[in-house]
Design a protein around this ligand. Sequence first.
Ligand SMILES: Nc1ncnc2c1ncn2[C@@H]1O[C@H](COP(=O)(O)OP(=O)(O)OP(=O)(O)O)[C@@H](O)[C@H]1O
Ligand SMILES: [Mg+2]
Length: 267
Amino acid sequence: MPANNTRLMAVANEKGGVGKTAMVVNLGAAMAITGKKVLIVDMDPQHNATSGLGVKVSDDMVNVYNLISEPADHSSLDAIVETSWENIHLLPSHPDLSGAEVELVEEDGRENRLKEAVADVINNYDFVIIDTPPSLSLLTINVFALAREVLVPCQTHPYAYGALEALFDTIEAVKEDINPDIAVAGIVPTFFDGRTRVGRDILDRLQSDKRYRDYTFATPIRVNTDIAASSDAGKPVVFYKKSCNGTHDYMAVAAELARRDGKKKKK
Ligand SMILES: Nc1ncnc2c1ncn2[C@@H]1O[C@H](COP(=O)(O)OP(=O)(O)OP(=O)(O)O)[C@@H](O)[C@H]1O
Ligand SMILES: [Mg+2]
């Protein structure tokens, strides 16, 4: 447990393409604008958070794969890079990270590699926001071993809604077996389109179902092409276009997150 009040936050959902990386990058940037010091950790070999923050993946750069595969040879201080924006630092990913699961299969304590790697730096930040791959792999387990809060982006679509129960069960199992300090911090509805009946219906279910309503953020992230365009440009949307739905929604989610404490909510 960190000595100060650093919030250690995983953004996770085993479903692919629900807006995890967009949330990591854009929420991180929205928190940074409000003066918080943010470290973004990219634990996905797809390295979309790294590129989304305008950092080019390179073999010459120490990255999170080096930290977890050869911990004795690298320090997190060598791996963390400054981005183009104040208050946002990045621990970058690398495609080699996809091999980590197989490489570490015989290693004791392999699920704690990330936690150990960043232990000496997390107290420098108000928020550590960690991107995860769309699977419950050793990489995601390493993130869950470190995190105290899990933020769940849920696409306002029936399949994503249906998958929530399994995700909550997974987090309960992690809490029992690996990290008693972990809790769901919230569900953020994503890709919301209020013009469609299905979008309105799923949002309504998230806000009314007793399993989920206390967790569900008041602000859904609307479908907004500026979000996709900003990731392509390697910039968080809040810096890409000051006035658009994406910027508005992520600033509102950041404000709600600052007010919420995931540990108060019980399933
Ligand atoms: N609210 C939104 N409106 C429009 N496009 C979005 C929105 N949120 C994310 N996107 C875009 O949709 C795509 C998928 O989003 P993202 O990469 O964040 O999902 P993910 O859950 O991280 O995917 P994966 O599971 O592959 O890691 C990206 O191209 C992203 O830029
Ligand atoms: Mg992603």
